[in-house]
Design a protein around this ligand. Structure first.
Ligand code: E4P
Length: 215
């Protein structure tokens, strides 16, 4: 399973990359807005830190507009993946950009049917937002399960990028289903690592070791 960080914070990406297990980054307009800096500059920096795929989202909603913006974003660095919303115009734009060799992450996916359409359009990644489904009392993880089954049935190469992850158990469930990628806030990365028994165990080992010194 690949791990992406879902952030536009260069500091967080630097810290995540230092662990040596960061496979990519996803951003969206809301995450970029938090940074209060030039979008293209942020992307340039992120692409220098992370060699893996870095998703950058278009803000146009017509096919023509998305193509213009997507082509321009793709020029920033070789690892940019253009993120396109799952609307009719987006499906059209996805097919065209793929024909030009530009990788596309189709975002704002909330159903297996939407994911099927994105795969048909040649998306490199599909981003189902599980946390936002859970928020409205729908089972987000069931959508991941359904998409996995559908993609496997037809050997679609589109990678399932589980998005809107809110806590570590979302990652465990997504991994059990066999999702390709989990993109998560930095906080969840930290939460995956933490365990009170690890901390207590390490403290005991170090205390016991110290007690043998000087004897
Ligand atoms: C994914 O690419 C999105 O940026 C993100 O996961 C959305 O998460 P949220 O629902 O927590 O905003």
């Amino acid at each position: 399973m690949k791990f992406f960080l879902d952030t536009a914070s260069v500091a967080e990406i630097r810290e995540g990359a230092a662990l040596g297990i960061l496979d990519g980054v996803t951003t969206n307009p809301s995450l970029v807005a938090k940074e209060k800096r030039d979008f293209r500059k942020i992307l340039e920096e992120i692409c220098e830190i992370c060699e893996g795929p870095v998703s950058a989202e278009v803000t146009e909603v017509t096919c023509e507009g998305m193509l213009r913006e997507g082509r321009s974003l793709a020029k920033i660095a070789g690892n940019i993946v253009v993120k396109i919303p799952l609307i009719k115009e987006g499906i059209k734009a996805c097919r065209i950009l793929r024909g030009e060799g530009i990788k596309v992450n189709v975002t704002l996916c909330f159903s297996p049917n939407q994911a099927l359409l994105a795969a048909k359009a040649g998306a490199s990644y599909i981003s189902p937002f599980i946390g936002r489904l859970d928020d409205i009392s729908q089972e987000g993880m069931q959508v991941i399960q359904d998409i996995r089954q559908i993609y496997d049935n037809y050997n679609f190469p589109t990678e399932i990028l589980v998005a809107s992850i809110r806590h570590p158990m979302h990652v465990v469930e997504a991994a059990k289903i066999g999702a390709d990628v989990a993109t998560m806030p930095f906080k969840v990365f930290d939460q995956m690592l933490a365990h009170p028994l690890t901390d207590a165990g390490l403290k005991k080992f170090l205390d016991d070791w110290k007690s043998t010194q000087g004897k």
